[in-house]
Write a protein that binds this ligand. Structure first.
Ligand code: SF4
Length: 254
């Protein structure tokens, strides 16, 4: 079994040809940079599980749009693969006019991503504009949670019509600082108080880091409707292109 994809060279961070390949001990992701050579990582040991995920992620019709509204960010995470806040040249923030054109052109759910979308001062307007479109279904925000430590800010998000939040939540030893982690806990608490459902997304390099993640889930489980966990793979960084992602899934609140 071989399935074509696109990889990122871990040395030069350029897009390179890549593919998933079935071998005797599992599924490998192989990428081939013509300058830096071939790299490979095992991504799944069970073919059935891989194919299930592959079908879910890549084969369904797109029903969901992820729009980067900015590439700027208010953090400098060591694991940031988009190099937000580095000296890389970033595409400009999308104007309200451009966002309206995107909203007009698509029927389905929309997630505002970054960088960090909350660095935009007009974020509430961006949300309201989306909600004025009857063709836009669920409207969500992918955030590092730092601005959401402020309850008034979260109330405004709720008032603008935001349906749910994707919150990146890592272990305190993996986050940029303990303050960053504390702000994420506060964000969870505020979303819970304002009845904004949360899809929690965790990234880990050590299994012991699961402990504080589980603790947060246990505390705010009434308001967390989905969880994604990822292990770190050292694939390198990339300079962002102005890409809008389409994907399809079904597990959304209400
Ligand atoms: S919050 Fe996200 S975009 Fe910002 S620096 Fe961290 S990983 Fe990068």
């Amino acid at each position: 079994m071989i399935k074509k994809s696109i990889g990122i060279c871990r040395v030069c961070a350029k897009n390179v040809p890549a593919w998933y390949e079935e071998r005797s001990d599992g599924i490998y992701f192989v990428s081939d940079c013509h300058v830096h050579g071939v790299t490979e990582e095992i991504v799944e040991r069970d073919l059935g599980s891989f194919l299930w995920g592959y079908e879910q992620e890549y084969k369904k019709g797109a029903s969901h749009l992820a729009i980067p509204v900015t590439y700027r960010c208010n953090l400098k995470c060591k694991y940031c693969y988009t190099m937000s806040n580095s000296s890389a040249k970033f595409p400009a923030d999308k104007s309200l006019g451009t966002l309206k054109e995107i909203y007009d052109s698509f029927e389905g759910n929309v997630t505002l991503i970054g960088g960090e979308p909350t660095v935009r001062k007009d974020l509430f307007e961006i949300i309201r504009l989306a909600k004025e479109h009857s063709n836009v279904g669920k409207l969500s925000l992918a955030t590092n949670g730092q601005r959401l430590k402020d309850i008034d800010y979260v109330k405004k998000l709720a008032g603008s019509g935001l349906d749910f939040v994707f919150l990146s939540y890592n272990d305190k030893e993996y986050d940029e600082s303990i303050h960053v982690n504390n702000n994420k806990i506060k964000a969870l608490q505020n979303c819970s108080e304002c009845n904004i459902p949360v899809w929690l997304q965790g990234t880990f390099s050590q299994t012991r880091q699961l402990d504080s993640f589980v603790e947060a889930v246990e505390t705010y489980k009434k308001n967390i409707f989905n969880i994604t966990l990822r292990a770190v793979k050292p694939i390198g960084v990339r300079e962002p292109e102005d890409m809008i992602f389409c994907f399809g899934y079904s597990s959304l609140p209400g």
